[in-house]
Design a binder for this molecule. Sequence first.
Ligand SMILES: [Zn+2]
Length: 288
Amino acid sequence: TYSFDEAADFILTNFRKFSPKMADFAKKAFENSWIEAEDRPGKRPGGYCTSLPETKESRIFMTYSNSVNEVATLAHELGHAFHSSVLWELPELNRNYAMNVAETASTFAELIVADATLKEATTKEEKINLLDAKMQNAIAMFMNIHARFIFENSFYQARQEGLVSPAQITEMMTAAQKESYADGLSSYHPHFWAAKLHFFIDDVPFYNFPYTFGYLFSMGIYAFANQKGASFEEEYIALLQDTASMTTEELAQKHLGVDLTKPDFWQAGIDMVLQDIDTFMELTEEYV
Ligand SMILES: [Zn+2]
């Protein structure tokens, strides 16, 4: 567990290793009370960040209850805020980035913190728990989010033929989950379509793939950061500043020198997750 102040220190220290500007920005957010994180009765878990371009500030609303997952959520939301901040000086039309890159800065910030907590782990048990928390992210991205994509795809196809009944929708939801979890669960969530907010945002269809896209995209950025060292900060900021001005393929080509239309970039991200799984399996061998 991490108290809020410990989380803040931890985030600042680890952001600084990648980008002093990102760390200074986060420090400003903490010092100016841009974050409302109190855990109180009736307040739901989760996080949210909004940008206030007129005053060049951001606000984060989240519930912080000392778990390592919430350190990651806090870093995630600060990543969003940092993304907004590097766009504040640009013309309005160059600030409005598309969904597919909306989760880039946030998942990158989250990855920095998740990896750092893992590196700091001193006992085997701690390491197993942290790896588990980190892998839950991969499960969410490749299975939960994937199920939402499969579901929405079948829903829109069926909707073209006419009205879709709740019974049909429920059936589609279960089928989508079974497919994406490769029949690996003992129970499913047939009414997930009714419970999950994202399905009701009717001006943004497919509000699911940006998460998986951003997750893999930010892993590529993380690998790039580790290889670039000190020159990374300026390049990263330049990339973020172009997020609303070019296609993602152009963005990746210009700033990372990679071709998103080929599978290699995506596979490299997936391989990083597979490494975590191998480590987890080795560490937990004796408990099975
Ligand atoms: Zn986010």
